[in-house]
Design a protein around this ligand. Structure first.
Ligand SMILES: *Cc1c(COP(=O)(O)O)cnc(C)c1O
Length: 428
């Protein structure tokens, strides 16, 4: 290797062959190279540190390179790295199923593994469609929330309501109908609409992000309204699919957002914090009732979906270690601490003239800035640069600034985030 190549910065070498997600490379070609990470901190190739205020998309909730998780995975690596999960099984998957069932909503009985959040929802959708097919009913429509986000594969993209960039694919989508998220004002209208709609019932399933819609900029809705929607749909045998890819594993203050609801989902989708950011994995869980619709002497009634890395032993081990950490007193206490710190920060900031509104569920905190729509785009970039310059990694969405930092974030680190947000208000 020539000296000049060795010295070239990572962010320059990146440009030659790499194509990044969600990126228009012509207008946005600069990628920041992160050399290492520890706890709540990321370090770039120059050594500058950043507090990871969004836990690298809600994954690294126990901190980056968590030594407990790393040790467990290192140990597993020496024993069994990968094996086909069709016709074979292994201890990490079995143990994970046993441990996860203990904290999932009581009606969940079966776990189906895949690779990421999109595949977890894709499988949930396929389960719902085939469930009715196996029962000899023709139900070909899915119901979803406006502004929901469920991933980037075709089924997941079809049910996602944030479709600004989905234009090229829309002609190929599954048929989906949308309802707004419930508020005390619109809930009666939603229920009336659904009652009428269900008279001709070809709706197979309803997919929803319970309580907090992540990609919609942490939009939050009320548990009571959602419960009433779920109750009505369940009466009509519409399978309810809780997409807890973002909300799962303690972020809302309970293990799952569904724990706030009376009506438990028929199907649940998990990923992101499931493996604590170490390796990707997705999970779709379901009730005995759903599973039994596939259980048959007829081979064709089985769920013929599978990914090469299904239930990878290393990913299962990371998930098991993460699950243990989630249930420790330290992490549970930190969830309470962060919830409280956010409340205190909120008191201080919510009446600021540049703040239009604020909201919080557990460790998820969001504030909307009081600005005109036309300025969203530029403002977002300005805010992002401001935060990065101050060593804080936050990703404002439109006019929303939100925090979803790792559970292990210290008070001092969280205060750095709050201070950067307060300073940012001066830029608006
Ligand atoms: C991130 C996310 C997904 C997609 O997960 P990927 O792992 O990015 O494919 C699906 N649903 C929700 C609610 C998400 O937040």
């Amino acid at each position: 290797m020539s000296d000049s190549l060795v010295e070239e910065k990572l962010s320059e070498r990146d440009k030659k062959h790499l194509w990044h997600p969600l990126t228009q490379h012509k207008t946005n070609s600069e990628m920041l190279a992160i050399a290492r990470a520890k706890g709540a901190l990321l370090f770039d190739e120059e050594g500058k540190e950043y507090v990871d205020g969004i836990a690298s998309w809600y994954t690294c909730m126990y901190g980056h390179c968590n030594p407990y998780i790393l040790d467990r995975v290192k140990e597993q690596m020496q024993k069994l790295d990968q094996v086909v999960f069709s016709g074979f099984t292994h201890e990490p998957a079995i143990k994970l199923s046993e441990e996860l069932i203990k904290i999932l909503p009581k009606n969940q009985e079966k776990l189906f593994f895949s690779d990421n959040g999109s595949t977890a929802t894709e499988i949930g959708i396929k389960m719902a469609l085939q469930y009715h097919h196996n029962k000899g009913q023709k139900r070909n429509v899915l119901l979803a929330f406006e502004e929901g986000f469920h991933g980037d594969t075709f089924g997941a993209m079809s049910v996602s309501g944030l479709s600004v960039y989905n234009g090229p694919f829309e002609d190929f989508f599954i048929e989906v109908e949308r309802i707004p998220v419930p508020t005390p004002e619109n809930i009666d209208d939603i229920l009336n609409h659904l009652k009428k709609r269900l008279q001709h019932n070809n709706i197979a399933g309803f997919i929803y992000e319970p309580l907090v819609q992540g990609a919609a900029a942490m939009k939050m809705h009320d548990a009571d309204g959602l419960d009433r929607i779920l109750a009505l749909l369940q009466q009509h045998e519409v399978l309810t699919i809780a997409d807890e890819v973002m909300t799962g594993f303690g972020k809302t203050g309970k293990y799952f957002a569904s724990d706030y609801l009376e009506n438990k989902p028929d199907i649940m989708c998990l990923s992101k914090a499931l493996t604590a950011g170490l390796v990707p994995m997705g999970l779709t869980t379901c009730t005995e009732k759903v599973y039994m619709a596939f259980y048959s002497d007829d081979v064709a009634k089985g769920l013929f979906h599978g990914h090469t890395y299904t239930a990878n032993p290393l990913a299962c081990t990371a998930a098991l270690a993460a699950l243990e950490l989630l249930q420790t007193d330290e992490i549970q206490q930190q969830i309470k601490n962060i919830t409280l710190w956010h409340q205190q920060f909120d008191k201080k900031i919510k009446n600021h003239p540049k703040v239009a509104s604020t909201r919080q569920t557990g460790v998820i905190y969001a504030l909307d800035l009081d600005v005109e729509m036309e300025r969203y785009g530029n403002l977002r970039n300005k805010l992002f640069k401001h935060f990065m310059a101050h060593g804080i990694f936050l990703r404002p969405l439109g006019h929303t600034i939100y925090i979803l930092a790792p559970f292990i974030t210290t008070k001092e680190q969280m205060e750095r985030i709050y201070e950067a947000i307060e300073n940012a208000l001066e830029l608006v």
